[in-house]
Design a protein around this ligand. Structure first.
Ligand code: ADP
Length: 413
């Protein structure tokens, strides 16, 4: 008897045993019976042709019909099922055939089952990877959608808040004017001063929110003009003088190479970016501390360093602080304020600074040994800006052509 004939001989017993051992419930059994009949047909083909690949379509079908919970669970369901089928096959061979016949049939069947295990495992892994990739993609799309709606919300909320704020500002200005000559001026003036401070701070936060939505939507337009880093730093030194005095801090600006060299950038935006970093240095350095600004000229770039001897930043937080709404634990302990020690803010400043510097083609990062509110290890913010000898657009280039000729005399000669 050939091996195919031997196989056919065990078919009825094999079928009922396999169905019994693998399926539970009458409905399932009927379905399994049909499937196992097809499997057995293919098994016959593998024995006849010596090619276990005949089983592949069936195995791929099985592996592809994995349910979501199969795909999510870590264990394979198909491998134990195949193991069960193989064990039953071997047992039926031993029971139904002469030992020599059983041995020669088993010898032919083993490679087919080995192939089946390999193919199933491969297809299962492949399906799991595809499932995980799809899941990841859908999570990514959800996050993107969430981020977009957050950004849309910020933009809408900020614009909506601007209108009532303008009304408050207008009415308090009118009130101030109408109080001008009254005797009770001093008390009212103080109260109006309070309203003024509040509305100014609110306007700053709203402007920051609008800037964040501009950055997140890649809409930040730069107004390129000639800039000198040294002049920006002098302006900021003057602007922040009051806060520095209040905190008894010292700001020193080193005349570093490149700081006096003309470049092209958006002076307002660069001021804003540097202001946020230096204000933070003031905020997170204790009273009496020092903030130093230094830098160096690199090929094609100027690097500005804002060095403080404040509380420092943990290495784990050094990337997070440039994300929007980033506030680290310690800063929330204290009252809100622009320059008060550890004053809490909305966590938008560094995100905006990064957006502005990125838009210029530069980079910003921080170095610090860690956060220590007893020993004040300090932080150093690095701001890398490209040195541009001309603005990126031809219109501005034409406008500033005479200045550019002065700055680059070799080019014109
Ligand atoms: P905020 O409006 O809260 O100041 P920022 O984006 O400017 O937001 O800063 C985010 C966080 O980064 C701060 O809350 C603070 O925890 C941390 N941080 C920024 N600059 C410094 C610094 N120079 N020293 C220590 N921590 C800093």
């Amino acid at each position: 008897m050939s091996e195919v004939e031997l196989l056919r001989k065990i078919r009825p017993t094999w079928l009922s045993r396999v169905v019994q051992s693998t399926a539970h419930g009458a409905g399932v059994r009927q379905d399994i019976r049909q499937q196992m009949e097809r499997f057995f047909d293919l098994l016959e083909q593998t024995v006849e042709s010596g090619d276990p690949g005949w089983l592949d379509p069936m195995l791929v079908d099985w592996a592809s019909s994995m349910t979501q919970s199969d795909l999510e669970s870590e264990t394979s369901h198909l491998t134990p099922f195949l193991g069960e089928v193989m064990q039953t096959t071997l047992a039926v061979c031993q029971e139904q055939l002469e030992p020599a016949q059983a041995l020669s049939l088993i010898n032919l069947l083993i490679p087919s089952f080995t192939h089946a295990f390999e193919k199933t495992a491969q297809t299962e892994v492949h399906n799991r990877i595809r499932y995980a990739t799809d899941e990841l993609e859908s999570v990514r799309q959800d996050i993107e959608k969430l981020d977009r709606s957050k950004s849309d919300f910020i933009a809408v909320a900020a614009h909506e808040l601007k209108t009532p704020l303008t009304l408050i500002e207008g009415y308090s200005a009118m009130l101030k004017d109408s109080l001008g000559s009254q005797a009770a001026q001093e008390t009212e003036a103080a109260l109006l001063g309070g309203i003024g401070n509040g509305t100014r701070r609110l306007r700053e936060i709203i402007d920051d929110m609008i800037d964040v939505s501009l950055i997140d939507n890649n809409l930040m337009a730069l107004n390129f003009q000639p800039v000198w880093i040294s002049r920006l730093l002098i302006a900021l030194g003057n602007e922040l003088n009051e806060a520095l005095q209040e905190r008894q801090q010292k700001l020193t600006v080193e005349p570093f190479p490149g700081s006096n060299q003309m470049s092209f950038g958006d002076p307002e935006r660069l001021l804003q970016a540097l202001r946020n970093v230096i204000s933070n240095a003031i905020k997170f350095t204790p009273d009496g501390g020092t903030i130093k600004i230094d830098g160096r000229l690199l090929p094609g770039f100027v690097e500005v360093l804002v060095i403080d001897n404040g509380i420092g930043i943990d290495p784990d937080d050094q990337a997070i602080i440039f994300e929007k709404f980033a506030r680290l634990g310690s800063s929330q302990l204290h009252s809100s304020g622009k320059t008060k020690f550890k004053g809490g803010g909305p966590g938008l400043g560094l995100h905006i600074s990064k957006g502005i510097i990125d838009a210029h083609g530069g980079a910003i990062w921080v170095e610090s040994p860690g956060c220590d509110e007893m020993n004040f290890p300090g932080s150093t913010f690095h701001i890398l800006l490209p040195m541009r000898s001309e603005p990126p657009d031809t219109k501005t280039a034409r406008l500033f052509a005479p200045l550019m000729d002065q700055a680059n005399p070799i080019k014109t000669s």
